[in-house]
Design a protein around this ligand. Structure first.
Ligand code: DGY
Length: 326
């Protein structure tokens, strides 16, 4: 008679769709934080992590050295996001813990949102919709509610990964000239996608739209600050669909408030949820949405499924599906 092994234990930091919870329960002894909209308190996570083999977490959890050290049995940390700057990957690697993310499944959805934010900012969609709802439309007049053209404009993409490439395809439908900047130049992509490489300063000087799509790290922290904003055209729009910390928000507020740049479209903030009294939210030339880049029903389900697959494979002696380290 074979020795019966106990099911592996996992902790899930948020309420998931029921069928995905059931799938996890077929493989694991699952405990979870059952709230949909509230992240698990850190003290609870520090307690829950102690005896589990796997963690299913979100970008709202800071998985730092303290949490990783407390997880004495931890083998896999599955982040339900493509970005994983919330996790101390170096410490995880040193402790033999596999970290996984959810690439590919969210590429097109996030590219849709980045482009939607670009269009909404250029044509002032949220601002003018609010004006209409408040009964402040007034009579039609020649320059009322005028925005910036998208068709034929120059788009500068900073960070040409999978999402950046997907945005290029959308931009080409609008006959945009596309420049890109990334740490490593991708010559093969330049002819394939009909785009040009530019140094960051050159891109900022030329772009009508500067779109941030690069990962957040100590290197990209405040990559866009006062100096960089000053390089942009007066009619330019900055779009951030990656991580808030890439932009110095104080500098952005001043550039927008002083008319140094024309507008900004933001999906991400240095602090999330962004406080409602944040200075940027007082500006009518800011189009602000709450970190919804990957938020389509289909994509969020696919991300949860992929994070589940990573735990199932990774904790059953196989290689995780989308590891970022081991
Ligand atoms: C990601 O996947 O990194 C997004 O920011 C969250 O959807």
């Amino acid at each position: 008679m074979g020795v019966k092994t106990l099911p592996r234990k996992i902790y899930v930091t948020r309420k998931l769709p029921e069928d995905i919870e059931s799938r996890l329960a077929e493989h694991f002894d699952v405990r979870s934080w059952d709230e949909e909209d509230k992240p698990v308190p850190r003290e609870t996570l520090l307690e829950e992590i102690k005896d589990v083999d796997g963690l299913f977490c979100m970008i709202t959890e800071k998985i730092d050295e303290e949490i990783l050290q407390a997880g004495k049995h931890l083998k896999v940390v599955a982040n339900m996001a493509v970005g994983y700057n919330n996790i101390d990957v170096e410490t995880a690697t040193a402790n033999g813990i596999t970290v996984t993310n959810t690439p590919d499944v969210l590429t097109e959805t996030t590219a849709d949102l980045a482009f939607a934010l670009l269009m909404a900012s250029a044509r002032r969609l949220t601002e003018t919709s609010d004006t209409l709802r408040k009964g402040e439309w007034g009579a039609w007049s020649p320059m009322q509610f005028t925005g910036q053209d998208i068709f034929g404009a120059t788009l500068g993409i900073i960070g040409l990964g999978r999402i950046g490439e997907a945005v290029v395809k959308r931009a080409k439908g609008f006959e945009m000239d596309v420049l890109y900047h990334s740490r490593t130049r991708k010559k093969d992509k330049e002819s394939e996608l009909d785009i040009g490489y530019a140094e960051l300063d050159q891109l900022l000087t030329k772009a009508d739209f500067a779109l941030l799509l690069l990962p957040y790290s100590s290197e990209s922290h405040h990559l866009i600050g006062k100096r960089e904003l000053a390089l942009m055209k007066e009619n330019a729009i900055l779009i951030n669909a990656s991580r808030g910390g890439i932009v110095d928000e104080d500098a952005l507020y001043h550039a927008l408030n002083n008319g140094e740049i024309w507008g900004a479209g933001l999906d991400v903030y240095e602090q999330e949820p962004v406080p409602t009294d944040h200075p940027l939210l007082t500006l009518s030339n800011v189009t602000a949405v709450p970190h919804i880049g990957s938020a389509s029903v289909k994509t969020r389900r696919a991300m949860a499924d992929l994070a589940a697959d990573n735990l199932i494979e990774g904790l059953n002696g196989k290689k995780a599906v989308t590891p970022v380290n081991l």
